[in-house]
Design a protein around this ligand. Structure first.
Ligand SMILES: [Zn+2]
Length: 198
């Protein structure tokens, strides 16, 4: 019977990315050896994130409130808006310390072949923010790959009527890459070296 519950945990852990059978086994037995409170802390955190996580009503970052902690931070520069594909990109950019403005998450990138059309992205909401907020610069920090590039070009076109400065992060970032995997220094430089898009 013991075999059953450990095996069950191993199978659950293998659902995580990058976790193969061997690692899952090691983790499962490690969890088994942990103090009860620590192990419960993990399961509680997982439950909480699934129960409470929602999208910020302003920027579509992940939050447990109506408006996320970045949007509600009055010390941030409200004239700059950094557009990213996924909420996880915000975490990476925040770590660079290079950006003190606000964000807007598109919740994806254009890929017509996979049904990711412009209507599926939070572009209308971005336009809405440009209409009501005092935004002077929009920084397009979509991934430096084909989809991210296509998305940046498309968003740039959509923002033309707003007469706002639109910039694209520079390429110290390897082409074909993903913001997720850029180191902080490279990403910081890519932000600092952003160029205006025509
Ligand atoms: Zn927000």
């Amino acid at each position: 019977m013991t075999q059953g519950i450990i095996e069950n945990l191993i199978i659950e852990l293998m659902k995580l990315p990058g976790i193969g059978r061997k690692t899952a086994q090691r983790l499962a037995f490690f969890i088994l050896s942990m103090p009860g409170e620590d192990a419960k802390g993990i399961s509680r955190a997982i439950n909480e994130v699934k129960e409470k996580a929602r999208f910020c009503s302003e920027c579509f970052n992940i939050t447990d409130m109506d408006v996320c902690s970045i949007c509600s931070d009055n010390s941030r520069d409200r004239r700059k808006l950094c557009v990213v594909e996924e909420p996880s990109n915000i975490v990476v950019i925040e770590r660079t310390g290079s950006f003190k403005g606000l964000y807007h998450v598109l919740l994806g990138a254009l890929s017509p072949i996979d049904g990711m059309t412009p209507e599926k992205l939070k572009i209308k909401e971005l336009e809405g923010r440009l209409r009501k907020d005092e935004i002077k610069e929009v920084i397009l920090a979509t991934n430096p790959n084909t989809r991210g590039e296509m998305t940046a070009q498309y968003v740039r076109e959509r923002l033309k009527p707003f007469h706002v400065k639109v910039t694209r992060i520079a390429y110290g970032l390897p082409m074909g890459g993903d913001i997720e995997f850029a180191d902080e220094v490279t990403l910081g430089k890519a932000l600092d070296g952003r160029r205006e898009m025509n």
